[in-house]
Design a binder for this molecule. Structure first.
Ligand code: PMV
Length: 318
C-alpha cells in the first residue's frame, strides 16, 4: 500500500498495522477459511536514515532498547533476517550505510502480529528508500518466510492481513480475497495477560486432531460455516448476527480446548455488558479476546473487561 510509505529528503518511513483474527483461527491451519482485519490503532514503523560511509547498517529497535550491527548479527536474529531478505529482494549486494530505526505501539507476543508488522514496515521502508516498488503479495511472502523461521508452520494469515492492510478472507495456499464491510465494526480487544505461545496451542490442537480426527474435522467444518456467515454479515452490515457468530465460534474454540478461564471470564463480562458477541482471538489459551460492540458502548464494555481481569483494552474501528 503506497499510502503507508513516506520518503522525505534522505529519510524513508513506512508503517504497518497490527491485526486481529475475527473468525476461523486454528481451523485455518487445516485448510478452512478465516477472516482477519488490520488494526490501524496499533502500528509498527521503520525509518531509514543514511549514516556516514563506513558505518554499515545499524538496526535500532528503540522500544526494546536494542541496537545491532547487521554485519555482526547472528543468522537467526529476527530483525537482521528480515533486513537481509529485503536487501536481497531489492538486489542490494553491498551493505548500505543506514540506520534502520524501529518503533511499535503493538504489544509484543499478544496475538496482534507485532513481529509480522515490524517485518512489513522494514521491507516497505527499504523498498521505498531504494525506489523499488513492491507488491503487497511480495511483502506478504517475505514476512511469511521470516515468520516461518520463528513460529514453526503458521497458516500465513498474519502476514497476509498485515501486508494488505485490509480485511481478508484467507485460505491457506490460495490468494487472499480482500473484502469491504458495509458498516464500521467497533471491536474491543481485551488482553488476558496470560502468556501463551501460539506454537503451543497449535501443537495441542494437532495432538487432539491426531487422536480424534473425526471429532476435530467436524468442529473445523462447523467453524468454516461460521466464517462464511461472518463474511456475509460484514459485507451486508448485519452486525447483531455477526455478534452471535463470535459467540458460536468461541464455543467451538472451547471444544478445541484452546480457551482459558480468564478468556472465558472476559468474554462473559463483555456479553453481559452490552457487547453483541465476543470470542477469544488468535492462538488462545491466553492472549486476546475480541468483543463486537455498538458505537457508544465502548466505555461500559471496557470497564467490564478491566474489572474481569483484562490487562489492557484496545478499541479498533474497522
Ligand atoms: O496467535 P495469533 O494471533 O498469531 O493467531 C494464530 C492463529 C492460528 O490459526 C491459531 C495459527 C495460524 O498459524 O493461523
Amino acid at each position: 500500500m503506497e499510502s503507508n510509505v513516506r520518503t522525505c529528503g534522505d529519510l524513508s518511513k513506512a508503517t504497518a498495522p497490527g491485526k486481529i483474527i475475527l473468525a476461523g483461527e486454528h481451523s485455518v491451519v487445516y485448510g478452512r477459511p478465516a477472516v482477519a482485519v488490520p488494526v490501524w490503532e496499533a502500528t509498527a514503523q521503520a525509518t531509514i536514515t543514511p549514516i556516514p560511509p563506513g558505518s554499515g547498517c545499524v538496526i535500532a529497535a528503540h522500544d526494546l532498547g536494542r541496537t545491532l550491527s547487521l554485519a555482526e548479527a547472528p543468522d537467526d536474529d529476527p530483525l537482521a533476517l528480515i533486513v537481509r531478505k529485503a536487501l536481497s529482494h531489492v538486489d542490494c549486494a553491498i551493505e548500505p550505510n543506514w540506520e534502520i530505526g524501529i518503533t511499535s505501539t503493538i504489544p509484543i507476543a499478544s496475538g496482534l502480529g507485532s513481529g509480522a508488522a515490524v517485518s512489513a514496515a522494514i521491507i516497505r521502508a527499504i523498498c521505498s528508500h531504494v525506489d523499488f516498488p513492491i507488491q503487497d503479495a511480495d511483502v506478504s511472502q517475505l514476512v511469511y518466510e521470516s515468520e516461518r523461521l520463528h513460529h514453526g508452520t503458521p497458516s500465513g494469515i498474519d502476514n497476509t492481513v498485515i501486508a494488505y492492510g485490509l480485511p481478508v478472507w484467507y485460505v491457506k495456499g490460495q490468494s487472499p480475497a480482500l473484502f469491504k464491510r458495509a458498516k464500521p465494526l467497533t471491536l474491543m480487544i481485551g488482553d488476558s495477560g496470560v502468556v501463551a505461545p501460539t506454537k503451543e496451542s497449535v501443537g495441542a490442537v494437532r495432538k487432539g486432531w491426531q487422536k480424534n480426527p473425526h471429532r476435530y474435522e467436524a468442529i473445523f467444518d462447523q467453524i468454516s460455516t461460521l466464517v462464511s456467515d461472518a463474511r456475509d454479515c460484514i459485507e451486508s452490515g448485519e452486525l447483531a448476527l455477526l455478534g452471535s457468530i463470535f459467540d458460536q465460534n468461541h464455543e467451538l474454540l472451547r471444544e478445541l480446548d484452546v480457551s482459558h478461564p480468564t478468556l472465558d471470564a472476559l468474554v462473559d463480562a463483555a456479553r453481559s455488558n452490552g457487547a453483541m458477541g465476543a470470542k477469544l482471538s488468535g492462538g488462545g489459551r491466553g492472549g486476546n479476546m475480541i468483543a463486537l460492540v455498538r458505537a457508544g458502548d465502548e466505555p461500559n464494555v471496557e470497564q467490564a473487561l478491566l474489572r474481569a481481569g483484562a490487562k489492557s483494552v484496545l478499541v479498533t474501528i474497522v
